[in-house]
Design a protein around this ligand. Structure first.
Ligand code: DCP
Ligand code: MG
Length: 438
């Protein structure tokens, strides 16, 4: 889901589908693209390394080279002890126990990464790029957790396989993909069966999948925390999940509680796109649908304050203020008011949002409410990065153009509220079919 939900409120939308994509031995894979004879060979890519020399550090090693004990961040001198350079071999040495050493060529790797990212943006509405070879995709609107007609696999697995195959076919490098209902589990899943992995963790399987995973691999656990947890007898995510939450909080503060939640498979972070948003919104579902006008106004006030606060903290001014009202079961209504110029005015966000609510929805029974500001402008506008993001993004932000001056009757325009049965495997092409904000 592209929208965020206020903590502590129920969100009865369907489970998200998050992909974490991480390329296998990425720099080495890039070297193999231009030197196909390196395929299947031990390859070491060194930073600060020069051909024939022994200085620098290992940026990455191919899986064949890793078998000799070569790994990222190791001094090249150590790598050379474990895996001699093929060019240094004498006539009697075994060429099978030697490796190919190459120097980092970041510009080339970036160009390969850009080709991969273009495919990712084509495959998902929301892509968060986290490093040169790694990204999260929210594909909740593109596929489903339902089983494919042919057997016991989910449609989501077929979708991930399609993404993997496109990268392999169109760019020529291998990716490992994790599929899960949240970001932290998807990341662990992508790492679980490297290289060339595809690991799917269905919504009901998250806790059992995580249980045997070492705590170090839980997002947010560094070596120091892992050591402290170890001294408390907590070695795995399963141990962490079963530990007493208040004891963890006493030891690690609020982070302790968060780690406990993650280990239990709960992670409410949403995939947000890299770069500047086109709009900022937040929505909140009621546990039970309500027609109580004060309850509704109360939620709208909280949402308005939150959105205005986020806009201010990101240095964003807005020219449009809107609300979203979801009437059971899936009837999405959106209303918005355009202002004459950009403002940063939390009180105005509240009063406009309340006016929009009161004007038409005072009596209505609602399931979910949302507030959105859009037509954003940034005080420190850096046009180049904005352009870069817009051209890279396919839809963008919590920007799915959901809010409009018209009622959107089509549930398909809002995956958040679309019943799972209404979904299909990879079919929807981009955002062009969605209503853009006025
Ligand atoms: N990198 C680096 N220095 C490090 C770690 C990584 O320069 N200490 C570079 C080289 C990697 C790239 O970043 O190719 C991506 O990092 P990963 O951690 O994803 O490692 P790889 O893609 O190489 O291997 P894996 O298959 O484990 O993902
Ligand atoms: Mg990688």
């Amino acid at each position: 889901m592209a929208e965020e939900t206020l903590p502590g409120t129920a969100d009865d939308g369907p489970d998200s589908i998050v992909l974490h994509v991480d390329m296998d031995c990425f720099y080495a894979a890039c070297e193999r693209l231009r030197e196909p004879e390196l395929e299947g060979e031990p390859v070491v890519v060194g930073m600060g390394y020069e051909p024939g020399e022994g200085h620098g550090a290992v940026a990455t090693a191919s899986y064949e080279a890793r078998e000799f004990g070569v790994e990222s961040a190791q001094p090249i001198s150590t790598a050379l002890e474990r895996l001699p350079r093929i060019d240094d071999l004498g006539p009697d040495d075994d060429p099978a126990a030697a490796g190919h050493y190459r120097t980092v060529d970041l510009d080339f790797y970036k160009s390969v990464a850009a080709d991969v990212k273009a495919i990712l943006h084509d495959c998902a509405d929301v892509v968060r790029e986290v490093s040169i070879d790694e990204a999260y995709l929210d594909v909740t609107d593109r596929t489903a957790w339902d089983l494919a007609a042919s057997g016991d696999r989910t449609l989501a697995e077929g979708f991930a396989r399609y993404v993997k195959q496109r990268i392999a076919r169109e760019v020529g490098v291998a990716a490992s993909i994790g599929v899960a209902p949240n970001m932290s589990t998807a990341k662990i899943a992508s790492d679980f069966d490297k290289p060339d992995g595809l690991v799917v963790v269905r919504p009901g399987e998250v806790r059992s999948f995580l249980a045997p995973i070492p705590v170090e691999e839980v997002h947010g656990v560094g070596p120091v925390t892992a050591r402290k947890l170890g001294s408390l007898g907590i070695e795995t995510a399963g141990d962490l999940a079963e530990a007493d939450a208040s004891a963890l909080e006493a030891e690690f503060g609020s982070r302790g509680r968060e780690l406990h939640e993650r280990a239990r498979g709960y992670d409410d972070r949403t995939v947000t796109p890299t770069g500047r948003p086109k709009s900022l919104s937040r929505e909140s579902a009621f546990t039970e649908p309500t027609d109580d006008v004060e309850d509704k106004r109360e939620v709208v006030r909280a949402l308005a304050a939150d959105v205005a606060d986020r806009a201010r903290s990101r240095g964003a001014m807005y020219r449009t203020i809107g609300i979203k009202v979801v009437v059971p079961p899936f009837d999405i209504n959106t209303r918005a008011t355009s202002l004459s110029g950009p403002v940063d005015d939390p009180e105005l966000v509240e009063s406009v949002a309340l006016d929009l609510l009161d004007a038409e929805f005072a009596e209505t029974t609602v399931r979910k409410l949302g507030v959105r500001v859009s037509k954003l402008s940034f005080a420190d506008a850096d046009q180049s990065s904005l352009d870069g993001w817009e051209s890279a993004g396919s839809g963008g932000a919590d920007g799915d153009g959901r809010v409009s001056d018209e009622t959107e009757a089509s549930a398909a325009a809002d995956g958040d509220d679309e019943p799972p049965a209404g979904r299909e495997a990879p079919s929807r092409g981009g955002q062009s079919s969605l209503v853009e904000f006025d």
